[in-house]
Design a protein around this ligand. Sequence first.
Ligand code: NAP
Length: 340
Amino acid sequence: MPDFVKRDVDLAKRTTLALPGRAAFYAEITAAGQLARLTGSSVPRRFVLGAGSNLVLSGDFDGLLLHMAIGGRQLLAEDDDAWYVRAGAGENWHQLVRWTLEQGWPGLENLALIPGTVGAAPIQNIGAYGLEIADRFLSLEACDMQSGKTLHIDRAACRFAYRDSVFKQQGWHLDAGRVVTHVTLRLPKAWQPLTGYADLAAELDQQQIANPNARQIAAAVTHVRRRKLPDPAVLPNAGSFFHNPLVDAAAGERLANRFPGLPRYPQVDGRVKLAAGWLIEQSGWKGRNLGPVGMYEKQALVLVNRGGASGAEVIALAKAVQAAVRERFGVELTPEPVFL
Ligand code: NAP
């Protein structure tokens, strides 16, 4: 193994849920060229770690953890229609959003303060307040961990869907078959504010901003998120713990008849999106604990570690919440974080 690979590294401080665990092998990747030295089948099982903000450690990892730390951000090109921004996969997502806004390039403001790295953003097609990265994505570069070659992946090949992409399939992120090293975004010059979501609209209203610019929207989004979501440095968590479920139209109708307050959001494909946080709250789990873990009192969708929790305790709570929602609504909740 190359000399930049360390052995037996403690991971507790490298994930935002602060669960205990160690990696048998650990490499900090600051340049794409390092990955080419870790290719081939003689290398133990690999896993890519970004900011650790969407990860549940269920114990020790006996493979090679690739800590993605490739930095750098630049304006690649500009034409009449758009700015094209390229960033290293290890850059902090929110810092990238802030930097583009400071440069006067709007377009990412609704995605302010989403935790995690730039490289992780396309994996689950991060989205918030009516915008997702797919809307601003041009292409990415990845290292093929068999051949060591650089792959160029365009938007169509990513097969983006709601919090989903081709990168969640086998051969990509989970088994580190190909590792994202750089992402290029396209920020259109024809800018339109997206302020339709109730929380965001209410925040702008309260601040008496009628025609917000992109920086004001980012500030409002940041404010709303800070109010609703716990800071992992104070109360360890991994953000939203379950996906917002999609059900078919008939099931949505049946549920709405039984539960009149049920929030429902029709999708273009005919399905209906439900708010997982609402389902959890109505099932009695908002602010409730099971051992040292619980569902956050200000946002029931966030699972928090109140101190000293293990991966097994997180999984036990997740199962209890899933069972409660299943029993009351007949809806299956799927965890959003990756389990290692
Ligand atoms: P929220 O705004 O209370 O919304 C709860 C649910 O209702 C979400 O499924 C949201 O859809 C949907 N919704 C609300 N208003 C809507 C509208 N006007 N049109 C269509 N759908 C609407 O959610 P929150 O938990 O406080 O989170 C705020 C935002 O951050 C949400 O957009 C959420 O998805 C996003 N978020 C994203 C991630 C991630 O990318 N992994 C993690 C945490 C939160 P959408 O999910 O489609 O927005």
